[in-house]
Structure formats: structure tokens, C-alpha cells
Design a protein around this ligand. Structure first.
Ligand SMILES: CC(C)(COP(=O)(O)OP(=O)(O)OC[C@H]1O[C@@H](n2cnc3c(N)ncnc32)[C@H](O)[C@@H]1OP(=O)(O)O)[C@@H](O)C(=O)NCCC(=O)NCCS
Length: 172
């Protein structure tokens, strides 16, 4: 199976909407992506699609967030990611995450935050964010709120609370 991971282009928006609907069985995440794309925290290079034979089967989005503690520093939120059900458990999600991490490093980001499946993200190096005293602004299971350092000691002395942009909170 030949899977290509590439940057999302405008022509892909409709298909990405559908892929997220299929994967999540609802439109919430697809609408969230549309909101994020219109906001100032959207990073086009970090919206990636997975393609098989020119057909989009997966998508991942990383966008800019802040962590607010003694000072404010930039990070990335991984949200959402999706692979259509018939192509799940074949390593496509892993390829999307690995490529995203690589691209985020290239762009100079030093950390990523994710709220998600606690069994899934640790295999890519994510750990509980509480390890660095990084908190979610709303109540979540501690294990589900994770983070990864892309450079050595990126989180040293940077304890704080994640500030998600308004577009994350405004989806109906
Ligand atoms: C989460 C999601 C994006 C993962 O995508 P995926 O392509 O299935 O991910 P992978 O194939 O890389 O990994 C999934 C599992 O398959 C396993 N796997 C990877 N390659 C495999 C292969 N070649 N053969 C069999 N299994 C494989 C992985 O080890 C992993 O195992 P796990 O179930 O123990 O975690 C996908 O399941 C999805 O879209 N889910 C619905 C939406 C969702 O929940 N998104 C995440 C929000 S936090």
C-alpha cells in the first residue's frame, strides 16, 4: 500500500471535511477544522493529508496555541486527526503524526500538546502533560492530556495552562 503524506491544499478541503465526518461519525471536527483554517493560528504547512492512489484517506492538523504561566510561550495543538474507518490500523495515522512532528521541528516549534487517546499517542513520545505541570483549561482525564518536547528540555521552567484560541471553543 503506497501512502503519501503531503500538505493539504485548498482543493482538498471538501474531501478533508468528509474524511473527518467518516472517522468521527459527526461533523463537529470537520467544522472545527474550517474555523481553525480561518483563524490566525492556522499553519498551512501543518495541515497534512494522507493519500492512497490520489484518494485522501486521512488528515492531521496542528495549530498554534499558547501556554500561559509565568510567561507566555508558543506551542502547537494536535487536533484533530482522522483516518477513514476502512483504512484504520494500517499505520496511516502513525505516518501522519511522524510527518507532522518532523515538519513542526523544521518550522521551529519546540513542543506539541494533544488531548486524546492515552493508549495511542505515547508511542510517538507523548507523555502526560502533568509531568511538566502543564494544565488543560477545562477538566479532563489527566492521562488524556499529553505533550511532547521537540527540543531538549523544551518545557523546563514553563509550567502553565494551555490557552486554546477562541475557534476551538466556538464550534456549534
Ligand atoms: C486515531 C486514528 C486517527 C488512528 O489512525 P490509524 O491509521 O488507525 O492509526 P495507526 O494504524 O497508525 O495505529 C492504530 C493501531 O494500529 C496498529 N497498527 C499500525 N500499523 C499496523 C499494521 N500495519 N497492521 C496492523 N496494525 C497496525 C498500531 O500499532 C495501533 O495499535 P493500537 O490499536 O494498539 O494503538 C483513527 O483510528 C481514527 O481516525 N479514529 C477516529 C477519530 C479519532 O478518534 N481521532 C483521534 C482523536 S484523539
Amino acid at each position: 500500500m503506497n501512502v503519501t503524506i503531503r500538505k493539504e491544499e485548498k482543493k482538498d478541503y471538501k474531501k478533508v471535511y468528509e474524511v473527518n465526518c467518516f472517522a468521527f461519525q459527526q461533523e463537529y471536527e470537520s467544522k472545527l477544522i474550517e474555523k481553525i483554517r480561518k483563524g490566525k493560528n492556522f499553519i498551512p504547512e501543518l495541515s497534512l493529508v494522507a493519500e492512497i492512489d490520489d484518494e485522501i484517506v486521512g488528515h492531521i492538523l496542528f495549530s498554534r496555541i499558547e501556554i500561559v504561566g509565568d510567561s507566555v510561550f508558543d506551542s502547537l495543538a494536535l487536533a484533530p486527526m482522522a483516518v477513514i474507518p476502512e483504512f484504520q490500523k494500517q499505520g496511516i495515522g502513525s505516518k501522519l503524526i511522524k510527518k507532522g512532528i518532523e515538519k513542526a521541528k523544521e518550522l521551529g516549534f519546540d513542543s506539541i500538546i494533544v488531548l486524546g487517546h492515552k493508549e495511542y499517542y505515547p508511542k510517538f513520545g507523548f507523555q502526560k502533560a502533568s509531568k511538566w505541570n502543564i494544565k488543560c483549561p477545562f477538566e479532563v482525564h489527566e492521562e488524556a492530556f499529553m505533550a511532547i518536547e521537540l527540543t531538549e528540555k523544551a518545557f523546563e521552567d514553563k509550567a502553565g495552562t494551555v490557552k486554546y484560541p477562541d475557534e476551538f471553543m466556538e464550534v456549534e
